[in-house]
Write a protein that binds this ligand. Sequence first.
Ligand code: XUL
Length: 563
Amino acid sequence: MSSPSSACNPCFMGLDLSTQQLKVIVIDGQQQIVYQDSVSFENHPVLAEKYHVKEGYHEHSDGQRFTSPTLMWVEALDILLERMKLSQSDVFSISNIVAVSGSGQQHGSVYFRTGGQALLAALNPEKALCEQLSAADAFAVANSPIWMDSSTKAQCRGLEEAVGGAETLALATGSRAYPRFTGSQIAKISQTEQDAYGDCDRVCLVSSFLCSLIFGAYAPIDYSDGSGMNLLNIHTRRWFSEALQYCGKDLEQKLGMSTASYVPVGNISSYFVQRYAFSPGCQVFPCTGDNPSSLAGLRIRRGDVAVSLGSSDTVFLWMDEAKPGLRGHVFVNPVDADAYMGMLCYRNGSRTRELIRDDRVQLNGELEKYPADVIASRWQSEFTDHLLATAPGNGGKLGVYFLCEEIVPLAHCIKRVDANDSPVHEAFDKAAEVRALVEGQFLAKRIHAKSLGYSFGAERRVLATGGASVNQAVLQVLSNVFNAPVYTLDVSESACLGAAYRALHGYKRKANESLCFADALGDPPSLNLVASPDPNATAVYDSLVERYQRLEESAAREFQASA
Ligand code: XUL
């Protein structure tokens, strides 16, 4: 039952357990933010003293293992909620929160020791969560492997072989095997820490772990974050048994159920009701991964492409059909389980753009060190000048600029060709070099989006975010390459906000199960139309697609041959 006040002013809470911090956003029924806070794992004095993490994690001496102390995440939740309790005011009361959801860094895993379920159900509201879970030694693996971990290459090979090859795995689970994906991480623990694996009766994702704490019992893994494990068949939404068999004994029982991201899990744990005065009727909705939750936070709708132009570039695609392959990822869509979400992560983003602009084109080396603040101020003028001095299609000059090792595709080189596809070994002149880079990066996004199953319908929009989205000339190229209008939107903390939006959607679905996310949320926040496609330029890019693809393939083949 909701309290009378929550019935008048219902609020919706989103949590985000990210790599560096735990965040919270509470919105009211009009989607206005009424409360917001975060706890940094590295900088909060209590956490800093106890866990000694740098940027939220421990990097191990082999440079491949990356873990975070699981109890640190629990203690951060204690701190965040304690502060929230003390911050209540006329405009914000915890008792008004009627629904909660969350998001978590993708792929990371948490291992509850057998009996965790009973422990979560019997927590004493007089004591902090961390104190009780620590005293009970609740985790069979004390340090959770996180998404930065790359120590499982052998298990990735084993997993792909066990299911009949990389392509079979990708077709079923949405991605080929990646070291950070949870399947190979679980396999490594089941192979190398047999006692810990045997002692564990529930393997959670970071998202379902957060949800389990709030729910007070083991919570299901949602289909969308579950798609980042190499263990869920994204078409049937059932566990992919061939993969489970390779990754660990009795894994199906240890993973538990999976569910659509908007089906209620149940009411909030009585622990939070008694300790923080949450309403006993407050509903918990499945937590999902940070990238799926960002799709909700950006309110991407059917047919949209979101392009984040940050130090690395990320593309989210709303897709009705999935055609997963050896590049990129397909997840079940977090706001519509009958649809899909495509995701492409490029390592060469703004840093590479800036280095090319500044003639610092060496492979490796400077990329990581190059200071972001030097760069930002010169985004506008110099890039614009170079792009305006050259024409769409760049007179046939094309280039791939993988200054750091790229993942889509796996390649590490610079390659340029002239209009006859003859290799060019020296840099083009500065303006042509900048144009070749920008056009190539956007052609790559278009090509890889299509190969994941994205369909270029008439209604498509491109939503641009991130640092480089301030540059209109860059966005005009994006618009011409995608033959779609480009809008900018200014949403910060999209994953956390997305969790609050998803709580709101789930809550409203109670009255009408067919209510879709877009209808529950109403009109998206104001978008600014910044570029419309020019049909002449678009025709030029249509004619460049195959040539760019060949150039990229030759870079990928070269890399493979040298590996
Ligand atoms: C996505 C990925 C990262 C994490 C970061 O595949 O590994 O974006 O989700 O939190």
